[in-house]
Design a protein around this ligand. Structure first.
Ligand code: SF4
Length: 338
């Protein structure tokens, strides 16, 4: 990721006047195990998550597999109907909204998936893939103007107009992800949910896609909710970062605070797994290895859900769940020891 151009300035906290998205007390529980498949239970995939996102801002949402970050993104997209909570987008609560209204607003939220290959229809040309949402949503009714628009989008994401005639299998992984970006841009969104968009790509290609997303954000004022399992990836693109563990946000901070002064033991453990490019520093730094697996959200631990893996856990941690609270001006953490 060394070729990635890092953002120059730290972002302030979300200015209420510029707020694009606000997620309030989001809960997504799934009932499982009915009938033949064992005793019923409740998977607490997302358990009281709140955050906001300003126009033109990127919020990284990070955690290990099963922490609820992808489900949170799906709730924002309204692909899941949350158990409780609100998703306020452009001033309107999407939860429980009537379908016709929801469709209109949802067009302004697009998604870029981890695996561009499986998300692109193999029987359609690249041109057809990008033109389809433009036609379906009536953004450009004239076919030749639509083709022109597709060509413009291809060039904007670093491809050639001729790529419009190719099929997804004829492209490299990086090129396919550029098609995914072009398809999202075609809808003129204000928010893009980037669901691990570079995890399946080679490191050199990852940097190119991150830089492309950065340029597009500057050009179009886009906001990104950038979901990733790795703090190395989100560092370069995020203004603020939320770290999730077992359905909850355990730390939320500006990029500088999170990387320079992480407060939560889980964040510190995740950070110690991020490689440092300087071999001398890498050899001397203290590692904090996370032991054990993420517990099942079907049966989360008592008190602080991180306590079975936390090297600093005290008795109180087993009994009492810590609340997310301010530990700095734009920095919150949920730990009894901070
Ligand atoms: Fe560790 Fe306790 Fe803090 Fe949880 S509350 S992170 S168990 S020290």
């Amino acid at each position: 990721m060394s070729a990635v151009v890092a953002k120059a300035a730290e972002a302030p906290e979300t200015n209420p006047a510029q707020k694009l998205l606000e997620v309030r007390d989001l809960v997504m529980h799934f009932r499982v195990g009915h009938g033949l498949f064992g005793p019923p239970g409740l998977v607490r995939a997302v358990d009281g998550v709140s955050f906001s996102l300003a126009r033109g801002e990127t919020l990284g949402l990070v955690g290990e597999s099963g922490c609820g970050k992808t489900t949170t993104g799906r709730c924002v997209l309204q692909l899941e109907n949350p158990t409780a909570g609100e998703v306020i987008f452009e001033g309107r609560n999407l939860v429980g909204m009537e379908q016709a209204q929801l469709r209109k607003l949802r067009n302004r939220i697009q998604v870029i998936f981890q695996d561009p290959y499986s998300s692109l229809n193999p029987r359609m040309t690249v041109g057809q893939i990008i033109a389809e949402p433009i036609a379906v949503h009536g953004l450009e009714r004239d076919p030749s103007a639509r083709e022109e628009r597709v060509r413009g989008l291809l060039v904007r994401v670093g491809l050639l107009p001729q790529h419009a005639h190719r099929y997804p299998h004829e492209l490299s992984g990086g090129q396919r992800q550029r098609v995914g970006v072009a398809r999202a841009l075609a809808m003129q969104p204000s928010l893009i949910i980037c669901d691990e968009p570079v995890s399946a790509l080679d490191v050199s290609i990852q940097a190119q896609i991150i830089n492309l997303l950065d340029e597009l954000q500057a050009d179009f004022g886009l906001s990104y909710l950038f979901v990733a399992h790795d703090l190395a990836v989100v560092r370069h693109i995020s203004d603020r970062i939320a770290v999730m563990y077992l359905g909850k946000i355990v730390e939320l901070a500006s990029r500088r605070d999170l990387y320079e002064a992480p407060a939560h033991p889980y964040t510190r453990a995740l950070l110690s797994a991020v490689p440092i490019p300087d071999p001398a520093m890498e050899a001397t730094r203290e590692r904090q290895v996370l032991t054990g697996e993420v517990p099942s959200p079907l049966n989360p631990p008592s008190g602080c859900v991180f306590h079975p893996r936390c090297p600093l856990a005290i008795e109180r941690c087993k009994r009492e769940a810590p609340q997310l609270r301010a530990v700095g001006s734009a920095h919150q953490a949920a730990c009894h020891l901070v």
